[in-house]
Design a protein around this ligand. Sequence first.
Ligand code: EPU
Length: 336
Amino acid sequence: MKIFRDYSLLPHNTFGMDVKASVFIEYASVEELKKVLSLYVKDNQWLHIGKGSNLLFTGDFSGIILHSAIKGYEVIHEDTNEVVVRVGAGEVWDDFVAMTVENEWYGAENLSLIPGEVGASAVQNIGAYGVEVKDLIVGVEAIEVSTGKESIFKNEECGYAYRESVFKSSLKYQYLVTHVSYRLKKTPCYHLDYGNIRLELEKQKVRLTLANVRQAIISIREAKLPDPKLQGNAGSFFMNPVISREHFDALLVDYPLIPHYEVDAESIKIPAAWMIDQCGWKGKRLGRAGVHDKQALVLVNLGGAVGAEVIALSEAIQKSVYEKFGINILPEVNFI
Ligand code: EPU
């Protein structure tokens, strides 16, 4: 177990906020986590973070920040069609994806290059290019914060929905994820229908293989999303809103080409990026915060921005989207 005091969080948040935590504790096993919970967490203010790729720190954090360094992969089931791999919550998500591709295991490749760690993948139900991690998760092992008790949540007990799970809603602050088990296929099974994956494969003039699909996804992401190492950001800043069919039909009158996805008979999902773009925000700045010039859903730290500047920009964007479309877009990023 490693304990640091007055610790800089700069390497632990992809938005690049220069803030500190009073205490930072990293644990490397379930036993260490139990010890941390009983000795340190108790009545103190605490927050568990992964790679900090979905957070906006608005100032110093006066409590304890917890971070998992539980590592390792273990195949816990294998037959001719599939494998189930149990992974430590502290593994880097994209290292896991790379490992599945090297082993010719299908399913995670569309989620290549998503920043963050394995534990957060199960909390956030990360998704991209037509795949959500809930489609792969078999079970989630977690420790109850108040008792230190170990629990296993089956997929159907995790309350998964778009960027949603029980771990960030009804059970928030009650459980910490230690391991996640994912089911992957051993026979080819691709998801190529979202966006321009096929086009990218054609452009690269390559055969349809798992490694080439991963490479296509990486190229698409790199072309649109800023590298947090070069420009601080937390990926999509807002969630894509779901509106009623009635509201959608009214919008169609003024915007016949509005991009959309049917959620069910009553509800339609509208890309927030498109609306923000329509409001003219792409490439604009407010103070030291800005809207990425290639993907309007991504807010960026243009250098030395503080949380309040990013929030001011996000509120100005929310206001103009509401005024133009009557839709209230909500942040996907957590403000701390
Ligand atoms: N669009 C614009 N202007 C832009 C960007 C996009 O008009 O500046 C339009 C596009 O033409 C398209 C639509 O908006 O019609 C959707 O754009 P895109 O396919 O890029 O996806 P998104 O809805 O903006 C979501 C996820 C991303 C994920 C991509 C790809 C959310 C909040 N975001 O973005 O996830 O990588 O789909 O699957 O669901 C993340 O969560 O951090 C993230 C990056």
